[in-house]
Design a protein around this ligand. Structure first.
Ligand code: SAH
Length: 406
């Protein structure tokens, strides 16, 4: 058994069950990519079993803090089964579900989403890469499903010294899938979509947006960074429930043409926004920053705006530049809001804390000379859990800002 010996004082985070062992904490020891190592304190006390990753800054990720635990296929099968079973604890109202959320589920670097009867997995660390076959079998066993598609093409793989891999890992089937989320249908493509094909983490916020649309009967909605149109569909579902679709205008903006095509298709799939529906749905293939500026120049206003940008700050090191980018779009969006209008604004950057995000939005409000109420705080849906030991797990945060009436 290979061993990693830590430097004095570097045992503390593992003792708190934080699963990462940084290169800088290691005094000596090493192993092959993904190989299991025994991690010990400077004086030889057992700390964890971990998967070694020879090139990553996160040099090892803990599998278990129990000395008697054997790290083998049976162990991984039990961890997978536990994570899958835990999803039954949440009322998700969707057949698109995140089954394994990496570190939070004890499987560092593994993401698994279920879309109907198809599983999509991202193997993003040396440890889960090495155990891929065992994990794939365990996932099918735990879910009773037969199809598993691999989307290991995220940038995190490079940092682990791993090449991108995509394709069917078990079984085979259609890559275009329609899921049911709340009362509506959403089509996605697991082979060509972002990440595993869809942003399941925003499920509850989309539902909240539908409720707000129903309650407030929005007339003009701007969905920025719309991807495949989830928030637009949600708004229309809310307006339909209120009997207020007629005359509504919805602008959806993204810089990805394929995403916009899907967004259009998703409206049609739900019977929204077709000819004679009374709804005006616009799709703009453009940079959100430019669109916001143009709309201000044109004097356009909206009574609801969604800002759900990509990750501007992957780590805290990018926080400064990202903060400026977040502030900019929030300032522009606040200007475009009608008094009483609603802004749903998000950051999915791990490097921006909830507190910092609040401050960024506050200073955007100052610059825009807009006063607002923060009526709600939003976060990732519960199948993307955070754990007590792993604060990095909190990545997605959102605020509902209501512009004070004039
Ligand atoms: N709100 C979406 C997810 C948004 S993901 C949902 O509920 O599914 C972020 C999106 O921003 C991606 O679709 C990406 O194509 C788009 N994007 C990134 N930078 C952009 C920019 N500068 N202008 C417009 N869209 C951008």
């Amino acid at each position: 058994m290979k061993t990693l010996r830590l430097k004095p004082g570097k045992e503390r985070s593992l003792q708190r069950r934080h699963p990462w062992i940084f290169e800088s904490a290691i005094a000596r020891g090493g192993a092959d990519s993904g190989e299991t190592v025994r991690v010990e304190s400077h004086d030889g006390a057992f700390l964890a079993w971990a998967a070694f990753s020879p090139v990553s800054k996160i040099r090892a990720r803990a599998w278990s803090f129990v000395e008697t635990q054997r790290i083998d296929a049976a162990f991984l099968a039990s961890v997978c089964a536990r994570a899958v079973a835990a999803r039954g604890l949440f009322d998700l109202q969707s057949d698109g579900v995140r089954l394994i959320h990496g570190e939070a589920d004890g499987l560092p670097g593994l993401i698994v989403d279920r879309y109907g009867d198809t599983l999509v997995a991202q193997f993003l660390s040396a440890g889960v890469e090495r155990w891929k076959a065992a994990i794939a079998d365990a996932l099918l066993e735990a879910t009773g499903l037969h199809k598993l598609y691999e989307r290991s093409d995220a940038s995190g793989r490079e940092r682990e010294g791993l090449k991108p891999v995509t394709g069917w890992l078990r079984g085979e089937g259609a890559t275009e899938i329609t899921i049911r989320e709340h009362g509506w249908k959403l089509s996605l493509d697991i082979a060509t979509g972002h990440k595993t094909g869809f942003y399941l983490d925003q499920r509850d916020s989309r539902q909240r947006f539908a409720e707000l649309a129903q309650h407030r009967r929005f007339r003009r909605v701007l969905n920025c960074f719309c991807y495949t149109g989830g928030f637009t569909v949600a708004a229309l579902a809310g307006l339909q429930a209120a009997g207020a679709m007629d005359g509504a205008e919805l602008v959806s903006v993204d810089s990805s043409q394929p995403a916009l095509e899907k967004a259009r298709a998703n409206l049609a799939l739900n019977g929204f926004g077709g000819e004679g529906s009374g709804v005006k749905a616009e799709f703009l293939d453009a940079n959100v920053n430019n669109v916001l500026r143009e709309f201000i120049e044109q004097g356009r206003t909206f009574d609801a705006i969604v800002l759900d940008p990509p990750k501007f700050a992957p780590t805290a090191a990018h926080a400064d530049r990202a903060a400026r980018a977040y502030k900019d779009i929030n300032r522009l969006a606040l200007k475009l809001l009608e008094p009483g209008g609603v802004l749903l604004t998000f950051s999915c950057s791990g490097g921006i804390s909830a507190d910092l995000f609040h401050k960024i939005v506050a200073s955007a409000g100052m610059d825009a000379q807009v006063d607002g109420y923060i009526s709600e705080r939003l976060g990732a849906a519960p199948d993307h859990p955070m754990t007590i030991e792993f604060p990095e797990g909190e990545y997605l945060k959102g605020l509902v800002v209501v512009k004070k009436p004039a």
